[in-house]
Design a protein around this ligand. Structure first.
Ligand SMILES: [Ca+2]
Ligand SMILES: [Ca+2]
Length: 187
């Protein structure tokens, strides 16, 4: 019927608008505990769950907030929060997709499949290093929040490397001070 057609044409924007209203009118006032109009690190951390009983990684929370906090105010306003929310739900879908056995954790093989899917070419030994570094719960695999952090850090390090690897052969030669600048870009 024509009614159905109208819904199909207008459905997506309508849903988006509904989501936006839900976010601003219902969800955000609940998250913004001190009613400052800004979602701080600790407010976002409390709102997030990584599907386990372990508190969401505060380093991941900080990384995400700083990506969307345009005025360096130490949090995100309600407009910026829409970006934060999309970012997290996108990661949630990626995580679910690569958590093949539905364990709620990404093991070494799942991590390998995920990162290979993103275009990384890394050795088996390096996947062990990654698991060891980001396995905050000491389970031999990584939870949702730590998986995001792993991907963010890897991306940052790769971006910095690429800036120096101008001929893209996978090798760089850097001086001591260039090395320090590289590291300062990340820490
Ligand atoms: Ca607040
Ligand atoms: Ca798994």
């Amino acid at each position: 019927s024509s009614h159905k057609c109208m819904f199909l044409t207008n459905g997506a924007p309508f849903e988006r608008e509904l989501n936006r209203r839900y976010l601003i009118c219902v969800f955000l006032p609940r998250v913004d505990k001190d009613r400052s109009g800004v979602i701080s690190d600790s407010e976002l951390q409390q709102a997030l769950s990584n599907g386990t009983w372990t508190p969401f990684n505060p380093v991941t929370v900080r990384s995400i907030i700083s990506m969307f906090d345009r005025e360096n105010k130490g949090g995100v306003n309600f407009n910026e929060f829409a970006g934060v929310w999309k970012y997290i739900t996108d990661w949630q879908n990626i995580f679910r997709n690569y958590d093949r056995d539905n364990s709620g954790f990404i093991d070494k093989n799942e991590l390998k499949q995920a990162l290979t899917g993103f275009g990384y070419r890394l050795s088996d030994q390096f996947y062990c290093t990654l698991i060891e570094k980001f396995d905050r719960q000491r389970k031999g695999q990584v939870a949702f929040d730590d998986f995001i952090q792993c991907c963010i850090v890897l991306q940052r390090l790769t971006d910095v490397f690429r800036r120096y690897d101008t001929d893209q052969d996978g090798w760089i030669q850097v001086s001591y001070e260039q090395y320090l600048s590289m590291v300062f870009n990340i820490v």
